[in-house]
Design a binder for this molecule. Sequence first.
Ligand SMILES: [Zn+2]
Ligand SMILES: [Zn+2]
Length: 172
Amino acid sequence: MIDASGKNAVDPKVIKEKEVAFAQFIQDRGLKTTKQRNTIISVFFAMRGHISVEELLVEVKRANPKIGYATVYRTLHLLVESELVQERRFGDGLARYEGHSGVEHHNHMICLECGNISEFSNPSLVKFQGQLAEENNFKIYRHRLELYGACKDEKACQLRKKKKAAHAHGGG
Ligand SMILES: [Zn+2]
Ligand SMILES: [Zn+2]
């Protein structure tokens, strides 16, 4: 299982690489570099996991309280267009963004009790998909597997639920 808890710090070298790649994208697009956008990008790439606009906004405001929702939202969409970031929507329909999944393909398990999203990858799964495709004379371009259920460790699940409730705030 890949760690998606958000506790492990991202390698600064990786952050730098993403920043450089995005700067190139901005230049190719003929857009201007802005300080606010650079701040948002640095903050985002230092985060792990599956991040909503609101979650990113909280962190961004710590770096620069003047940056607003709209700028964060627009920057995330640019990041998606640059293909450095993937947008995902799980059961609750909320858009979440992840920037550290490009290297290794992974699937998701979503806990409907506490909202925890964990990641998994499995080589025999990939093999099985290939086998299925062959049997059905089908060529796979991409795939997505999302499992919905509940964390087995109920205690941990309850704890997260509490934490989530404490974090919940009225987002517009
Ligand atoms: Zn993921
Ligand atoms: Zn759970």
